[in-house]
Design a protein around this ligand. Structure first.
Ligand code: UT7
Length: 329
């Protein structure tokens, strides 16, 4: 019997309407369009402004678009995995809330927390569920409301993040397409350099944690930058070497969108031509787990059946990895 592969058969995405550009940010804090553009590569980011509305709102919008495009019905979905660090609540899961919004009643649904690597970790896990033969239609999300954990008094992190959600539909195929390999790693020693200090079980929310501004992203930028460059560039090269893929074999490189200078390092290591690199950091900023599926969503029309695509990400944990997939339509 031929091996079952997990192939992407549809894509959806959603970004909020509100655009927070560098000029508006510069009026809020001591920063400038020049600094943000040259050091990070971001011009604007989307912010979800609707009150009392969380990540599942955007995830559901993305999936509704996917359903319309693919003709999929909610009752056909048997598994939902949401890569997110910003679920609507600590519990219930964002996946359960998204399922409810979509009218999905009979699916296994859970969140996967791997920070900015959340989508690729969710995708490689979802592929295993499909390859087992037990699951047939799986929604894999990367969805984040990063504005909910951004401290807009901290100029070293506030310009970086934006909100959005992307989703892919995974289905089984016996063709040599879809998710063909993944390399995923974790190094918990990096945890202290990039974290949300309070609001979890170690430091529950209190007046003191609010006074200490511990509910916004804490990041030691240069340290994280160095690890992101080394690990994302390294693992992208490694997955290509392992599968005998040369730079000219790669149709598209889709890196996590944290910093244009990190993306450049990955491009240099892999040797992939710049016009084959999908980049939207300028318009969306760092949307954490949502950045890669938002790139797939925007670039979908460029892809052709059989295209070799390398996804790569790095995030808190530290977590990092690469996925090699062949586009299926
Ligand atoms: O998403 C996954 C994980 N995250 C990442 O991969 C992000 C990795 N890190 C980075 O991308 C970069 O380290 C940052 C974009 C966060 C920061 O860039 P940097 O080039 O590493 O800047 P820096 O922290 O070394 O700061 C350089 C200078 C400092 O001033 P002095 O000490 O040289 O006078 C900062 O105070 O830039 C200053 N600075 C700013 N100036 C204007 C920091 N933030 C700003 C700002 N506007 N927003």
């Amino acid at each position: 019997m031929s091996k079952i592969h997990a192939v992407i058969t549809g894509v959806g995405g959603y970004v909020p309407e509100y655009i927070l550009n560098n000029h508006e940010l510069s009026a809020m804090m001591d920063t400038s369009d020049e600094w943000i553009t040259s050091r990070v590569g971001i011009k604007e980011r989307r912010i979800l402004k609707e009150p009392n509305t969380g990540t599942s709102y955007m995830a559901a919008k993305a999936a509704e678009e996917l359903f319309t495009k693919t003709g999929t019905k909610p009752e056909e979905i048997d598994l939902i995995i949401v890569g997110t660090t910003t679920p609507d609540h600590i519990f219930p899961s964002c996946a359960a809330m998204t399922a409810e919004k979509l009218g999905i009643k009979n699916a296994l649904a859970f969140d996967l927390q791997a920070a900015c690597s959340g989508f690729i970790v969710a995708l490689s896990n979802a592929a295993s569920f499909i390859e087992s033969g037990k699951y047939k239609k799986v929604l894999v999300f990367g969805a984040e409301k990063m504005s909910s954990i951004t401290n807009y008094n901290d100029r070293t992190t506030a310009p970086l993040f934006g909100d959005g959600a992307g989703v892919v539909l995974l289905e089984p195929s016996t063709e040599e397409l879809g998710v063909l390999d993944s390399l995923i790693f974790t190094d918990g020693a990096g945890g202290k350099h990039l974290m949300l200090k309070a609001g979890g079980s170690a430091y529950p929310s209190s007046h003191e944690t609010i006074d200490r501004s511990e509910h916004g992203v804490y990041q030691e930028g240069q340290n994280v930058f160095k690890h992101a460059v080394t690990n994302m560039a390294g693992v992208s090269g490694d997955i290509m070497d392992k599968n005998n893929l040369k730079s000219e074999d790669i149709s598209w490189l889709i890196p996590h969108q944290a910093n244009l200078r990190i993306i450049d390092a990955v491009v240099n290591r892999t040797g992939v031509a710049y016009e084959k690199v999908i980049i939207n950091i300028e318009r969306f900023g760092n949307t954490s787990a949502a950045s890669i599926p938002l790139c797939i969503w925007e670039a979908e029309k460029k892809f052709k059946k059989g295209d070799n695509i390398i996804l790569t990400a790095f995030g808190a944990g530290f977590t990092w990895g690469s996925v090699w997939l062949k586009w299926a339509y």
